[in-house]
Ligand binder design. Structure first.
Ligand code: ADP
Ligand code: MG
Length: 312
């Protein structure tokens, strides 16, 4: 059995949201302990991860150091977080595998994902990133070509394109490493966004790809059996945040699309996860699960855990 596990920001930071190096290492150790359990049970696991807090931190460094060292573009931030988190996850995973006496090693792949240069996000960016700034500070960055929006009381926030992921360029490398017996970490942050120029050359672009939609695409590209999206809640919830709130268990993909259309899942958080699990199953995937880290082993083995989406 082959599984793609997508780890949310909560799996990479302290429970209170802190992201000091030691917090990230501790969170990675907890997550990779669960992954090692799956690997020990004979499952081929590919891991992907979010990078929102980490990219946010890099953007602050860009801003504060701009007068001394040149700021780097968003695709570079994505690549840097794939490298750092890949390294942290490999250390944690190799240690967990060694403790269990499992003769397997990890490998992290810097992964590019192709997007369309004509994606609507490039003309009307919608994805908020980084910290809030004053109107004056934001104005200075807008002079340098960035798009910032007035978010009221909290201040101004940068918005960037979040284009549709079309092709995981490095999926064949991921596939080959899995076949060779590695536990692979890939497509972090949804992949480094690149476009293909008219001369065929790939080029990074200023954008961020949704991690969960990127995970669904990679999962299909390397034909995994199960896609597991691990976040900080055990289930997707109907009537979330109301007295009628009810955790959602097993549904068909048609039922899930219907519930999404009724507006049960918030657009910036649970919405893309629901979209991702539906896409995976609609494109031929066998089963997709949204749950938290505590339930990922059950989610893979098919126990009654999390929100499970199956073909109609
Ligand atoms: P991650 O960082 O793991 O990718 P997000 O923070 O983006 O996760 O999304 C998970 C969050 O989505 C939950 O912590 C919860 O606050 C929120 N959420 C919004 N709508 C729902 C819903 N219908 N059911 C469950 N959680 C929801
Ligand atoms: Mg989160």
């Amino acid at each position: 059995m082959k599984v793609l596990l997508a780890l949310g920001g909560n799996a990479m930071t302290n429970v209170d949201g802190r992201a000091r190096p030691e917090d990230q290492i501790a969170a990675a150790e907890a997550a990779m302990e669960a992954v090692a359990g799956l690997v020990a049970a004979g499952v081929d696991v590919v891991v992907t991860h979010g990078n929102g807090p980490q990219v946010g931190n890099l953007l602050v460094k860009n801003e504060l150091a701009a007068a001394v060292v040149p700021p780097v573009p968003l695709d570079w931030c994505g690549a840097q977080t794939q490298g750092t988190l890949g390294f942290v996850l490999m250390d944690a995973l190799d240690a967990s595998l060694a403790r269990r006496g499992v003769d397997k090693r990890s490998a992290a792949v810097v992964t590019r994902t192709r997007v369309d240069a004509d994606d609507a996000g490039f003309t009307s960016p919608t994805k908020p990133i980084g910290r809030f700034l004053s109107a004056e500070e934001a104005g200075h960055l807008m002079d340098h070509g960035e798009t910032w929006q007035d978010r009221g009381e909290k201040g101004w926030r940068r918005v960037v394109a979040s284009p549709e992921p079309l092709e995981v360029i490095d999926a064949p490398a991921v596939h080959a490493l899995v076949e060779a017996g590695f536990v692979v970490i890939a497509n972090g942050g949804g992949g480094i966004p690149v476009v293909r120029r008219e001369d065929g050359v790939l080029e990074g672009v200023e954008a961020v790809i949704d991690k969960d939609l990127g995970a669904a695409l990679l999962a299909r590209s390397i034909t995994v059996d199960v896609l597991v999206i691990a976040t900080d809640v055990p289930n997707a919830v109907l009537h979330y945040g109301t007295p009628e709130a009810a955790p959602l268990g097993r549904v068909t993909v048609a039922e899930m699309r219907g519930l999404a259309a009724e507006g049960h899942f918030a657009s910036g958080s649970m919405g893309p996860k629901v979209d991702a699990v539906c896409r995976f199953v609609e494109n031929g995937g066998g089963r997709a699960v949204i749950t938290n880290l505590d339930h990922i082993v059950d989610a893979v083995t098919g126990e009654d855990a999390g929100t499970v989406v199956v073909p109609n």
